[in-house]
Design a protein around this ligand. Structure first.
Ligand code: CAA
Length: 281
């Protein structure tokens, strides 16, 4: 298995990704723009692991071992790094800047993966000199719990790189599904249409937020209602994905609901801002 991984972006997703690699005994360099952000992220991982210890699902030694494998860094270089997982904001230009730097810093055998939930891998790979080593490795929130890794094959991604990403996903105890490079892939595209429609339902007063979520949970057996889930994902992320889908397909079915836009403008981003469709303490 791979010796080391560099995770770029220590937000909700980057933190979860770093945790699952470290728990499998892989050295993790966790990168972000400031040490403060990374330390906060590692603090979150520590809390998660402590919770597992208190439930008897992890020993104290296993927790310490995982934490010791995490190395915070503001640099993009790390020893024995064989895979890089980028998990920064969903803005193509920002990701491309990072991929250009990674391309220059790492030999062509190092895999460059993006955790993007919708942006085209082919376009991301186009700024590198070795597009065959660029793939999508899309994790789901909360990363330590969710079984799926959506593995995205860009137009020029090599079969060997896909094979390695699939193997790594299985090693992490996840279930990989290989999909082709299409806007929103085989998850975000379908999920966001449902979430956006539920937001429109709320906007049109079909039912209260609680009513919509309860109906979808009990009627469809979904673990969370669509509005609760939007709060978990982040309303800004939902809006970015809807706008991207609308732009990509030029089809009105992807038009973001005006209420979603208004909530993002108001700073009601869901759990991370303590307020979305629900209030969080
Ligand atoms: N981090 C780590 N572990 C977490 C967690 C978190 N943030 N939240 C919950 N867990 C763990 C709990 O500790 C618990 O673990 P144990 O079984 O070991 O005790 C387990 O998950 C179940 O949690 P709870 O009992 O507290 O609550 P629950 O049964 O209601 O499950 C849930 C919580 C797993 C989040 C569940 O509600 C669920 O599956 N929701 C849907 C999540 C989903 O759809 N995610 C995908 C979002 S889309 C995305 O991420 C992609 C994108 O790019 C947009």
């Amino acid at each position: 298995m791979i010796k080391g991984v560099l995770v770029i972006g220590a937000g909700t997703m980057g933190s979860g990704i770093a945790q699952v690699f470290a728990q499998k005994g892989i050295k993790v360099y966790l990168n972000d723009v400031s040490m403060e952000i990374i330390e906060k992220s590692i603090g979150k991982i520590r809390k998660n692991l402590e919770k597992q210890v208190s439930k008897g699902k992890l020993t104290e030694e296993e927790k310490e071992k995982a934490l010791n494998l995490l190395e915070p860094t503001t640099e993009i270089t790390g020893k024995n790094v064989e895979l890089i997982v980028e998990a920064v904001v969903e803005i193509m230009e920002v990701k491309q800047e990072i991929f250009k730097k990674l391309d220059a810093a790492y030999s062509p055998d190092v895999i460059l993966a993006s955790n993007t939930s919708s942006l085209p891998i082919t376009e991301l790979a186009s700024v590198t000199s070795h597009p065959e080593r660029v793939a999508g490795m899309h994790f789901f929130n909360p990363v330590p719990v969710m079984k799926l890794i959506e593995v995205i094959k860009g137009m020029r991604t090599s079969d060997n790189v896909i094979k390695k990403v699939v193997e790594t996903s299985k090693f992490l105890g996840k279930e990989p599904v290989v999909v082709n490079d299409s806007p929103g892939f085989a998850t975000s595209r379908f999920l966001m249409v449902m979430i956006n429609e539920a937001i429109c339902g709320l906007w049109e007063n079909v039912a209260s937020a609680e009513g919509i979520d309860t109906a979808m949970k009990l009627g469809m057996n979904h673990p969370m209602g669509p509005l609760e889930l939007a709060d978990l994902i982040g309303l800004d992320v939902c809006l970015d994905i809807m706008e991207f889908l609308y732009d990509s397909f030029k089809d009105p079915k992807y038009r973001p609901c005006p209420l979603l836009k208004k909530m993002v403008a108001a700073g009601y981003l869901g759990r991370k801002s303590s307020r979305g469709f629900y209030q969080y303490s």
